[in-house]
Design a protein around this ligand. Structure first.
Ligand code: NAD
Ligand code: UDX
Length: 482
């Protein structure tokens, strides 16, 4: 018998796809349909080559696709039939108009709400899965109510932000630290919360299902990302101080992380945080603060982004100054372009700013990443800031990028004839390469700039490499030259 409870999800992206797959896997009594206006994406979800790479995702999709999990672009039919509708569309940073460069662009969200209103003839629970500014539920409620042709249809809005991280999405969804559900105080609001809690209770222990009011849930998501990003900017700021003083950032992180009040997680210094969420959500948090007159609060959080930009710039300057103050016409092997390991996602990856900085000094960048396609690298290096989410907003690669960037499928080919290797993503495979072979094929002196501190620096030095590691005592060869 076909399941009688129906869930639809608008947005078949990095969140909608895996989240709905996990619900379908654990709730055979629920039919789940994931919808998208991007037909190519839907086609890919229905194929053997899923549109996103996420460890463990293929197995989950294979188990339930066609059983109680479906991917479709027929939004009218499935939204009309659904009891509960998740909205998991993109909420990028606005690029023009009021709030450009900070505020969340809710165009896609509003579009989704209008789609629901246009076809709803039965009561709907609408679940905010996207990360949105606090109070979005209020705005969305107005759009839904004012656009629905049947005035008897009721909408209950819930906030159910997603905390998964890419690369570990399936594990995060299988056993999240918590599931957060925010809803209204009314009887109907509380009933809606119970219904969503019932869905998650299929596999998540009751004590991990946390319920709050709507605004707390919306704000908790922005705050969680801001605090996580702040930790990275904090340790990155200390990495600069370590280099100036001879301290070792990993030793410092270990020493402070053993304090249980601080904790040891999320304290890896890096060339900068990337990903589609951290920067966007902090900018949005700042915008919300400014909107309610809290300038000092906005300024405080903005520094997290400033520090992140500084870290990327600092890395570029280290590379250039170490290589005798110029990288003009030098071949630089870029190891890793994704914003973190185990994903092919490049949104806001620090590699973009680092490569741009090196290209601006005249470098020839040769990129190797196990999961990122050449097309994606060229697109990213050509797209204006914040425009990555609008595929029609930018087109051909600029000439200086096509002429000075190359993307190769093999790390050894990448490093051959290079003056330096820059490690920009912490892919595990980078640790197991034959560095003697890489060294032998490179121009001397051969440099390695480890922007993730994942390599064995002493072993590299004994081969002959000049090594720069973030937040570590500086190799005398790397002292600034003028
Ligand atoms: P994404 O860009 O991968 O996916 C969004 C999808 O929504 C796209 O495929 C787009 O075509 C589709 N879409 C937009 N408008 C639509 C409409 N009206 N009808 C149907 N489809 C529509 O984005 P994502 O990474 O999945 O992020 C979605 C939301 O989740 C964002 O708000 C993000 O901040 C939040 N989030 C993301 C992550 C993450 O790790 N990526 C984690 C937690 C929360
Ligand atoms: C993040 C949040 O972790 C997740 O809860 C939220 O739902 C979405 O945003 P994500 O961006 O997918 O997830 O990955 P995350 O593991 O948080 O890494 C973000 C960036 O920070 C990456 O570039 C990563 O390399 C960097 N990072 C992370 C560090 O530089 N150091 C660390 O210690 C941890």
């Amino acid at each position: 018998m076909a399941p009688s409870y129906k869930i639809a999800c608008i947005g078949a992206g990095y969140v909608g796809g895996p989240t709905m797959s996990m619900i379908a896997l654990n709730c055979p009594d629920i039919e789940v349909v994931v919808l998208d206006i991007n037909e190519e994406r839907i086609k890919a979800w229905n194929s053997e080559q899923l549109p996103i790479y996420e460890p463990g995702l293929e197995e989950v999709v294979r188990q339930c696709r066609g059983r109680n999990l479906f991917f479709s672009s027929d939004t009218t039919k499935h939204l009309a039939e659904a009891d509960m509708i998740f909205v998991s569309v993109n909420t990028p940073t606005k690029t023009s108009g009021i709030g450009a460069g900070k505020a969340a662009d809710l165009t896609y969200w509003e579009g989704a709400a209008r789609m629901i209103a246009a076809v709803a003839t039965t009561p709907k629970i609408v679940v905010e899965k996207s990360t949105v500014p606090v109070k979005t539920a209020e705005a969305i409620s107005k759009v839904l109510k004012r656009n629905c042709t049947d005035p008897s249809v009721t909408f209950e809005i819930l906030s159910n932000p997603e905390f998964l991280a890419e690369g570990t999405a399936i594990e995060d969804l299988r056993m999240p630290d918590r599931v957060l559900i925010g809803g209204g105080d009314s009887e109907a609001g509380q009933a809606a919360i119970k219904q969503l809690a019932w869905v998650y209770a299929h596999w998540i222990p009751q004590e991990r299902i946390l319920t709050t009011n709507l605004w707390s849930a919306e704000l908790a998501k922005l705050t969680a990302n801001a605090m996580l990003a702040q930790r990275i900017s904090s340790i990155n700021s200390i990495s600069a101080l370590c280099e100036a003083t001879g301290a070792d950032v990993q030793q410092v992180a270990r020493a402070i992380g053993m304090d249980s009040r601080i904790g040891s997680k999320f304290m890896n210094t890096s060339v900068g945080f990337g990903g589609s969420c951290f920067q966007k959500d902090i900018l949005n948090l700042c915008y919300v603060c400014e909107g309610v007159g809290l300038k000092e609060v906005a300024d405080y959080w903005m520094k997290v982004v400033t520090m992140n930009d500084y870290q990327k710039q600092r890395f570029v300057e280290r590379v250039i100054s170490a290589m005798f103050n110029t990288v003009a016409r030098k071949r630089l092997a870029i190891f890793g372009f994704a914003f973190k390991k185990d994903t092919g996602d490049t949104r806001e990856t620090p590699a973009i700013d680092v490569c741009r900085g090196l290209l601006a000094d005249g470098a020839k960048c040769v990129v190797y990443d196990p999961k990122v396609t050449p097309v994606q690298v060229f697109r990213d290096l050509s797209a204006p800031k914040f425009e990555w989410d609008r595929p029609h907003g930018w087109g051909k690669s600029e000439r200086h990028i096509t002429e000075n960037v190359q993307v190769v499928a093999d790390p050894y080919a990448c490093a051959e004839g290079a003056h330096a290797i820059c490690v920009l993503t912490e892919w595990d495979e980078f640790k197991s390469y034959d560095y003697q072979r890489l060294y032998d094929s490179m121009v001397k002196p051969a440099f390695i700039f480890d922007g993730r501190n994942v390599l064995d620096h002493e072993a590299l030095r004994s081969i002959g490499f000049i090594v720069y590691a973030l937040g570590k005592p500086l190799d005398p060869f790397l002292q600034k030259s003028y």
